[in-house]
Design a protein. Sequence first.
Length: 431
Amino acid sequence: MTYKEATTYLFDSVPMFQNVGGTAYKEGLSNTLLLDEHFGHPHRKFKTIHVGGTNGKGSCSHTLAAILQTAGYKVGLYTSPHLTDFRERIRVNGKMIPECEVVSFVEDERSFFEPLHPSFFELTTALAFKYFAKAEVDVAVIEVGMGGRLDCTNIITPDLSVITNISLDHVQFLGNTLTKIAGEKAGIIKPRVPVVIGETTEETKKVFKDKSLEMNAPIRFAEEEHEVISSRSEGNTRVYETLHYGSFIGELGGLCQEKNTATILTAIDELRKAGYTIAQEHIRIGFGQVCKLTGLRGRWQQVGMSPTIICDTGHNTGGISYIADQLRGIQADKLHIVIGMVNDKDIHSVLQQLPQCATYYFTKANVKRALDEHTLQTLAKEAGLRGTSWPDVRSAFQAARQSSTEKDLIFVGGSTFIVADFLAFYHPEQA
């Protein structure tokens, strides 16, 4: 079996949320526990940090991993979804899992897992934990897939739990109120394990306080720490002034990163209390080189100049609000937005936040969940957005590029999968 055959098997033979959505979601941990037992409970062989939330958990996970790597730890990193290569999900010190490990997992273990009819994420999580144990990592940063309470990553007992924020997303699975969603996310809070909460509302804060009290888990709210004094945009980066960590540059330049940075610094303080050796220099390098150290892409990533070309994976109301604010603040002659969405998001709320002064290129990603570009155009017109529709991301981007001058800005986003399709054919070195 080749690597391509192995990944095709994983993509096509087990339900994959990335492609089909709700039919891939399996509630409960029964398969996860069976897989974990089969592989000898690999997650017990290394320390873990658990990162959940609606938005920002990917950025926080990668930055924590970058800081820990810089501090000399051998760090596993498990995130989702991937953009262009399945192996992006599973990394050790920034390097993707070798192709041969994926192939051998499928070849050697399919006779065990096929009768279970596992989901794609259940299998991927088992593979990640198995590989991290084999690689003898010191610590693994584990990003929650969806929710928390019933997410298959939730079999770990971490040194620290982090919940970034709560926004309305995946409401068909997690509940249609912030309180209900917070209840699911709070499910990663473990007995006596410290938890850091990034952002709250009045209703979600009570949920987290009640859960931490029930679990006897020390809780800190990053927004109450006031660790980040200020931040400003400098080129495509952000410069932070902090209370205890001085001034440093963050490679991730999105507006939302100020909130993420406050969360990360509070988490670092907790990790230090737990015995992790993390110096100021490690924090500076981790923030400043997170993409280089971990392979992170698609977070307010500038991939071209003249015209400026930026892509971002933000895809729900919480994430898009930051993107829309940042787009409005950028000086450019004209704004061109290549956008597509999946059909299970709150599309109306997203569209209402986007700038009306832009020219839009409505398109769809190459996944079954993709919303038809003509339907998106019709809904966007009702929100006051004007543009044309295109059958795929490449043609939409090419149209935007042809209509742009050197002083314009092209933004590509609306969905993780739009960015994935874009980065599959457009590479920063082309800029």
